[in-house]
Ligand binder design. Sequence first.
Ligand code: UD1
Ligand code: CA
Length: 498
Amino acid sequence: MSEPLQPGTAPEGGIAAVVVLAAGQGTRMRSATPKVLHALGGRSMLGHVLAATAPLAARHTLVVVGAGREAVEEHLAQVAPDARPVLQEEQRGSGHAAAVALAAVPDLEGPVLLVNGDAPLLRRETVTALLDAHRAAGNVLTVLTAEVDDPTGLGRIVRDADGAVRAIVEQRDATPEQRAVREINAGVYVGEAAALRRALGSLGEDNDQGEQYLTDVLGLLVAEDAPVGGAAAEDPVDVLGCNDRRELAARRRTLNDRVLDELMRAGVTVVDPATTWVDVTVTVAPDALLEPGVHLRGTTSVATAAVVGPDTTLVDTTVEEGASVVRSHVLGAVVGPHAAVGPFSYLRPGTRLSAGAKVGAFVETKNVQVGEDSKVPHLSYVGDATIGRGSNIGAATVFVNYDGVEKHHTEVGDHVRIGSDTMLVAPVTVGDGAYTAAGSVITTDVPPGAMGVARARQRNVAGWVTRRRPGTAAAKAAEAAGDAGAEAAAHTRAEASE
Ligand code: UD1
Ligand code: CA
């Protein structure tokens, strides 16, 4: 349904401005959070729109804010510090919002992209195609359109007998014939600044909502005989808006499918796309394998030959070549080449595993460097520590890093053997090649090559069961075993095992 493209009329270079309309209430979300800040695929809706329009290299990026403006402005400062918020005090409609934005840049000339803030599936290719069509046709206004199966609630594109775009009519103001039209207004427009300014200045509020509709600009320009047109989106999915939580879930699914399709095309194995969720900001290399139930978020990257999952969440985490992370929750960590994590590990920010290191079942780590080939195999907490290479941290070891007020550091050297159930009370250093005895509470440094023992010696009270628990199954078992101690009835000391 696009207008035929004509070559050669387009000016070179970037565009004058991108205007994102984001002041609306978003009532249908039923949320304390402004609609455009709801997130999917690792970005807010607004973030997606800004990412899609960024390649246009506009001289100004204006975001019209109103409802929830503090939150939107704070978010903008984080994700798009170059974008300028423009306040629309009263939400008097999308046309009023556009007029407020243009008033903030009085000497603007050339093409301006206007886009609804609630179009999270918009792609840069779609936006640039719209701009190309606009330039090629020499229009003063070009609207992005799409053919959809269900146009309910959307503005309809009204064309004349020759197929020329004449108007956009909102669903609530449309006649039954107009409602039957399945070509809709995507809420993305390119217009020449001067013509837009003129048309926006004469918008009325004579419609079902009593608002100034941006969509009426098109009809006003047609009445002036100015050249306007429509350009159809190549993929109608791109233009789907998002007005409530059900649409948000549907858009999130669509976005995720896109991300996974791209990964699979590039050579990543995704065992179960239905349960694998990957943010648009994540990178995964060819021949990585994602098992079912994997969530990759933020700045996470997964290198080739790595295996992630099943049932694993990685946030802002780097997984290097050939590493594996199984059934674990990992935040802000680096998992080195051929390192192994899980099952059931919890890696917190600042965890750095060197090549071949291992963190096993029911281990929590935080702010720790684990050296090459070192292992923390079972049931341990390791916080604020440096562990050298080739060391083994026995089961149930705790790095006691917190004195109730401050955190302290523990240093474990190379080829160390920390015995099971050792408490390493920081600050403390265990030197290269040292051991600690199982069950020790280590409060002072252990020099290289020494064995740190810090526990009471064992004593065995012979015959105790026969005397104190007579007649029990334990007493009978002891007698059957020839309980020497029962006769001796003496207390003896046993050598503590080391
Ligand atoms: C709008 C279009 C409709 C199109 C649809 C595509 C109008 C009148 N209608 O309908 O033709 O098919 O998008 O999704 O534009 N906004 C402001 N200030 C306001 C009012 C709205 O900034 O005073 C912003 C909203 O935050 C939103 C955008 O403008 O991002 C569109 O408003 P919305 O209420 O979502 O319009 P729709 O009914 O979806
Ligand atoms: Ca909308």
